[in-house]
Design a binder for this molecule. Structure first.
Ligand code: ATP
Length: 236
């Protein structure tokens, strides 16, 4: 039994499917890249798994519990956390307030743990999130997810609006968190080669269907396939 098991999922917007018969899995402590051109359906999958979009057919389960059909807040209580493209932090609150807002009631992950992963946040605790740099905001956004003690983290384009060098520095930290806390990570990312370097396995989505399922290093060794999967898009 996998941590996340997506079985023949079809979903979309209104009554128009955007992804068809998608099957994928994520194990505890594993980083998995979900790649594909703009409009391929990556965000649709993340949003459906998180309960923000309805499942048209198929099934999604988290650690053996069926979550398709559950409300997003219930799925989140079962240990699934989504880091959305807009980062989902409160700009008017301070860094410390944002972190406290997401901390689990049993405080199993402490602010000190987050600072150990992201030392740059140490001196910014009383600063409003809206005044942070893009990189600092993304560290806070990730910190807010980690302090909630998730078992599965869905990340939608963490690199958006970041200098590539900043994103490159954050990826090993994400790997470290995933393996130390045994969190499964499903990573949607346009920086394909960086994502593949950091991931154990990968899926490629082309027009709503899975066209590759295998080891990340195998996909990295197939540049022509990757390029053809990104017709008109960037695979850089
Ligand atoms: P990107 O890399 O650009 O974020 P993506 O792979 O995440 O793309 P999705 O955002 O999941 O792709 O979009 C999949 C399909 O669903 C696209 O054809 C898109 O136009 C369509 N779509 C996305 N959001 C909506 C919406 N709110 N209403 C209707 N159609 C939508």
């Amino acid at each position: 039994m996998s941590l996340l098991d997506v079985h023949e999922l079809t979903s979309g917007h209104g009554d128009v499917p955007a992804v068809h018969d998608v099957s994928l899995r994520v194990e505890a402590g594993e980083m998995v890249a979900l790649l594909g051109a703009n409009g391929a359906g990556k965000t649709t999958i993340l949003h459906t798994v998180a309960g923000l979009l309805p499942t048209m057919s198929g099934q999604v389960s988290l650690d053996g519990t069926t979550i398709s059909g559950l409300a997003s807040h219930k799925i989140s209580r079962l240990g699934l956390s989504l880091l959305p493209q807009d980062r989902g932090i409160f700009f008017q609150l301070t860094v410390a307030e944002n972190l406290r807002l997401h901390q689990r009631s049993d405080a199993s992950v402490q602010v000190d743990d987050i600072v150990r992963y992201f030392p740059a946040l140490a001196n910014l605790m009383s600063r409003k999130a809206g005044l942070l740099s893009g990189g600092e905001q993304q560290m806070l956004a990730l910190g807010c997810r980690i302090i909630a003690g998730p078992r599965l983290l869905l990340i939608d384009e963490m690199s958006l609006g970041l200098a590539p060098i900043i994103f490159k520095r954050m990826l090993p930290v994400l790997s470290q968190i995933s393996s130390e806390k045994q969190i499964g990570v499903l990573l949607v990312e346009q920086h394909v080669h960086l994502a593949l370097k950091a991931s154990d396995r990968a899926y490629v989505l082309n027009r709503g269907r899975i066209t590759f399922d295998g080891a990340a290093h195998e996909l990295a060794a197939r540049p022509e396939f990757l390029e053809s999967s990104y017709l008109g898009g960037s695979a850089g």
